[in-house]
Unconditional design. Sequence first.
Length: 430
Amino acid sequence: MLKTADNNEKHLLFGGCDTVALAKKYGTPLYVISEEHIRERCREIQRDFLLKYNRTKAFYASKAFLTMKMCRIISEEGLGLDVVSGGELFTAIKAGFPMEDVIFHGNNKSLEEIELALSNDVGRIAVDNLDELAMIQEAAERLDKKTKILFRISPGIEAGDTHEYIFTGHKDSKFGIPLEQNIIKKAIADVMNSSHMEFMGFHFHVGSQLFRYDSHVAAVHVLIRLMEYIKNEMGVSTQELNIGGGFGIRYVEEDESKPLSFFVDAIMESIIQGCENANIDVPLIMIEPGRWIVGEAGITLYTIGSIKEIPGIRTYISVDGGMPDNPRPALYQAKYRAVVANKMGQELEKQVTVAGKCCESGDILIENIKLPKIESGDILAVFSTGAYNYSMSSNYNRLPRPAVVLVNSGNDELMVKRESYEDLIRNEMF
Ligand code: LLP
């Protein structure tokens, strides 16, 4: 599966580029993103969701990875954008992303963010709570704007092996409106009574990095009961249902890279069947994957520095990045796979542990991985770092953020330049 360069040097190729040459050209740590991979995933969404099912829309969850260039790729591929903050929205505005294709999420939108969304005519606001709704109503009236509203519902589904259907009563979640009939009825009535808001439907998001579709299907059942209820009680029909993202990707050998159809076919079947049983029209269905689109499109290149063998215990190899560029192992015990980019095809010699360079014992990127004989200066390539790495990076220990390079069919282009030490003190006033 892994491609190596033809130059006999056995270098890892990514996006048609020699990764060792990329490390040399741009320095390390380096995020490398494959444009081709992103576009392929978007085309799979077109083929297996948008064209396969009537009345569907797909949005890219930009929290996974966002730059202005990424906005342009997503827009060219015919997807919309899910943003969760003024900063993400600003990036989309600056990229010239069509605002009617933007959904604005978030559980604590500020008035300033709401005003930015309204004045730029974003396509939809996914409202999380009644305080926010009141703010939108007031701001929309003041700015003389009309906006489309989805309500984020907390469907009380555990994303995992267990799931429950609860129509009244809700699970403990900071996201969304709890499944309380009276609260939801009031929220819808408030929108219906406003000349500045239009009720479109509901949204839910059950979790992330899921390898099964059960939780989506369980949430769909809850939402269909809700749609049925508001139709019967209020005579209001739901035009749109946004089922969120969460489709899992491959991080380690054992993970299976699932096609989109694995998730959406089962979910669509449950929606179509459920709506028929409930005697309601199938709403327009929206999905908003982030990780599934960009996760496997990214790798991170590091230079290996010190190698420390603790006899009888383990060998640590340290890289020039770590938790500031990839906080996921420290935060979620996330697992990654990696290769030595300049020693492809060499026999795997022994098990080592890959440590980051932060003053923090939890800064371990990969525990126990078999690699070829390591020497200082080797280039380590860690896979599946496209999602929630650059977007979650920090300057902890005052490490400048790495550069991001976009590769495509053997061409490389600097998408985000490496931060400098000067950048680290840029906002300091004295
Ligand atoms: N829609 C909503 C409303 C979301 O909250 C999220 C993710 C998504 C879509 C996209 O989920 P995805 O398809 O990427 O799984 N930092 C964590 C992931 C947090 C995801 C939060 N919400 C990580 O690194 O694993």
